[in-house]
Design a protein around this ligand. Structure first.
Ligand SMILES: [Mg+2]
Length: 250
């Protein structure tokens, strides 16, 4: 690739992944927290109501690109089970914190990622743009995994109000990197959020299939459908050596 001055990265299933049990553990912690705070709920019923709330959110975000927050899904699930509680109730924030504590425990870095970032950092400005509803948990994850020092820009959709592929979040990335959009490569695993989004915003997308090609277990519910292929015109990498070669950094 010619004339690249900055590289943006997606986070989940691009740089890090999660053990398969993470989501199950997170939901157990979530209902445990609610029960401890006095909500008489059945775990199975709550999980079903919660996943319905998540599906509603996914439909809404497909329409307008807006980010949501877990507290709305939890209060909506509780409402379905007959508990009237505000999304801003402190018991709900406790439940959100406990839910994400599982993410931190089960997250792992994809092999070679820090070495790759260290190499690129000498030649490019490096940014992170993640779709994540609860920014404190995302930032905590990045800090705990010691990824923070590699990025000059860290953007989380929960802070921006919109999610990838919405153009406003890519505009923010371009502005904060301080580089013309056609000099920015964007690396991500999701054909829609990352690849179509970056393309529409004038960045140069690079589709990473590192996780699926190397049989690394993906973060649950976070891997795009495998038949969703951005097509042969989009550059594709299967490991970090591919990326370093593409960026003339090997
Ligand atoms: Mg991803």
């Amino acid at each position: 690739m010619e004339n690249i001055k900055a590289v943006g990265f997606d986070l989940f299933n691009t740089l890090i992944t999660m053990e398969p049990l993470a989501l199950k553990d997170a939901l157990t912690r979530l209902t445990g927290s609610l029960k401890e705070n006095g909500f008489a709920i059945d775990h199975g019923q709550f999980v079903k109501a919660h996943s319905e709330a998540v599906l509603d959110f996914l439909e809404q975000t497909k329409r307008d690109g807006r980010e949501s927050h877990n507290r709305f899904w939890i209060s909506s699930a509780l409402a379905k089970l007959g508990h009237d509680v505000s999304p801003d109730d402190p018991h709900i924030s406790d439940a959100v914190d406990l839910y994400f504590s599982a993410f931190i425990q089960h997250a792992t870095i994809i092999p070679g990622t820090k070495e790759m970032l260290a190499t690129l950092r000498d030649r490019y400005r490096i940014g992170l743009l993640s779709n994540f509803t609860h920014p404190p948990a995302a930032r905590n994850l990045i800090t705990q995994l010691e990824l923070e020092p590699f990025f000059e820009v860290v953007l989380i959709s929960g802070d921006l109000g919109y999610r990838k592929p919405h153009q406003s979040v890519f505009r923010e990335l371009i502005q904060q990197l301080g580089v013309e959009k056609d000099h920015i490569a964007f690396v991500g695993d999701d054909p829609d959020a990352d690849i179509a989004g970056a393309l529409r915003s004038g960045l140069k997308p690079i589709w990473t299939t590192y996780v699926r090609d190397n049989n690394i277990s993906p973060a649950p519910g976070m891997l795009g459908p495998t038949d969703d292929d951005p097509g042969p015109a989009v550059l594709r990498i299967s490991n970090w050596q591919d990326l370093l070669t593409l960026l003339n950094a090997d």
